[in-house]
Each structure stands twice: as structure tokens, then as C-alpha cells.
Design a protein around this ligand. Structure first.
Ligand code: C5P
Length: 210
């Protein structure tokens, strides 16, 4: 038996930073499952293949190597947009979920973050967290991140993107983004990541000591 922590939530809610910190603290393996959708989309874009052909996208997803995923290469806004398009396809989700589940069984424990970890990928996870924040706060964080890299950004455009991505992720038929019934809800709108980490840590410690 391994110990699995499932972390879900919308884009820019702080779940990536939180997941990395949790994995580091407990010495667990971490998989940012958003990268699996991003890598599939980027492979299609790079090869000039369509984003709306389910069987081509499925083949690409089946050939994905989870060991080489790198957020710096996959961070681009266009890649995120394309990822949320391929993520609506059931055959793509099936292929990636299989790889994600294999990862989740690693010893001594794993942290997976995404949109459907607590509801679908690891429905039996030992701990489930749902990390959210208001769309305004998430857009502000994303905007600040872009500005910090020295690039130009327009807050209203970033806000519109956040809303559009939420609609696509929450509105799709297959594995929509929603909290699992047994998830602990963490609203980081008015909470620092450090404070959110302390709340998460006490939940995880309690589960580990059960
Ligand atoms: O989290 P990130 O922005 O990297 O995810 C990119 C896209 O991949 C999301 O907008 C979502 O559509 C999709 N995704 C998903 N299921 C996951 C993780 C990501 O559908 N478990």
C-alpha cells in the first residue's frame, strides 16, 4: 500500500506550489497531471496535427513519456488552451488516466494534482484537497506572474482567460472539475500559500497517524 494525496482545483488557485511543497515535506513523488495534457497538446501542435481528431490525440497520449515533463517548456498560454481542448476527449483522458494511476502507486507515497484526481484518477486517495480561490484573485496572481517574467499583460484579458478555462474545465461531460464529496476545501482567496500549507499539513498528518 502506498499513501496518496489528491489535489484538485481550477487554474492558478495555488495547487501547484502547494503540491510541490507537500511532496517535498513528506518525501513523496509528485505528478502535475496538467503537464500530461499540456505535453499531449504540445506534441500535436509541434507536429502540425489537428487538436480535434480524437484518434490522433489518443495515439499521442498513449506514447507520452511521463519522466520528461517540464513546466518551463509547457508553460505557454497557447499550450494551456490547447491542453484544455484535448482534455475534453474521453480517449485522451483514458490514456492519460492509466499512466497517472500507474504513477500514483509508487512507494512510499504520491501527490497528484489536477482537476479530476479525487473524483476519478485516485478516487480512493488517503487525503483529498480541493484548492480554490475567486476568479479575480486567480487572475491577479496569473497577471503578477506574467509581469514578473518581464512580459506585458492585460489584467482584463487574463481575467477573461481564467473564466473561459473554468467554463471549459467545469462544463465538460467527461470528468468535469468539481470537489470530491470527501475532499477538504481550501479557499486561498485570502490565505497565503504558507497558511494553506499549514492547514493541508495538519490534515495530512492526521490521516498518516490514523
Ligand atoms: O493545470 P494546467 O493548467 O496545467 O492544466 C491544463 C489543462 O489540462 C486544464 O485546463 C484542463 O483542461 C486539463 N487537465 C485536466 N485534468 C487534469 C489536469 C489538467 O483536464 N487532471
Amino acid at each position: 500500500m502506498t499513501f496518496t494525496i489528491a489535489i484538485d482545483g481550477p487554474a492558478a488557485a495555488g495547487k501547484g506550489t502547494l503540491s510541490r511543497k507537500i511532496a517535498e515535506t513528506y518525501g513523496f513523488h509528485h505528478l502535475d497531471t496538467g503537464l500530461t495534457y499540456r505535453a499531449t497538446a504540445k506534441a500535436l501542435l509541434d507536429a502540425g496535427l489537428p487538436l480535434d481528431d480524437e484518434s490522433i490525440a489518443e495515439k499521442t497520449a498513449l506514447n507520452l513519456d511521463l519522466s520528461g515533463l517540464d513546466r518551463t517548456v509547457l508553460a505557454k498560454h497557447e499550450v494551456g488552451e490547447a491542453a484544455s481542448k484535448v482534455a475534453v476527449m474521453p480517449a485522451v483522458r483514458r490514456a492519460l488516466v492509466q499512466a497517472q494511476r500507474a504513477f500514483a502507486s509508487k512507494q512510499p507515497g504520491t501527490v497528484l494534482d489536477g482537476r479530476d484526481i479525487g473524483t476519478v484518477v485516485c478516487a480512493d486517495a488517503n487525503v483529498k484537497l480541493y484548492v480554490s480561490a475567486s476568479p479575480e484573485v486567480r487572475a491577479r496572481r496569473r497577471y503578477d506572474e506574467i509581469i514578473a517574467t518581464g512580459e506585458a499583460a492585460d489584467y482584463n484579458a487574463v481575467f477573461a482567460d481564467v473564466k473561459k478555462r473554468d467554463e471549459r474545465d467545469m462544463g465538460r461531460a467527461d470528468s468535469p472539475l468539481k470537489p470530491a464529496e470527501d475532499a477538504h476545501l481550501l479557499d486561498t482567496s485570502e490565505m497565503s500559500i504558507e497558511a494553506a500549507f499549514m492547514v493541508a499539513k495538519s490534515i495530512i498528518d492526521a490521516a498518516l497517524n490514523k
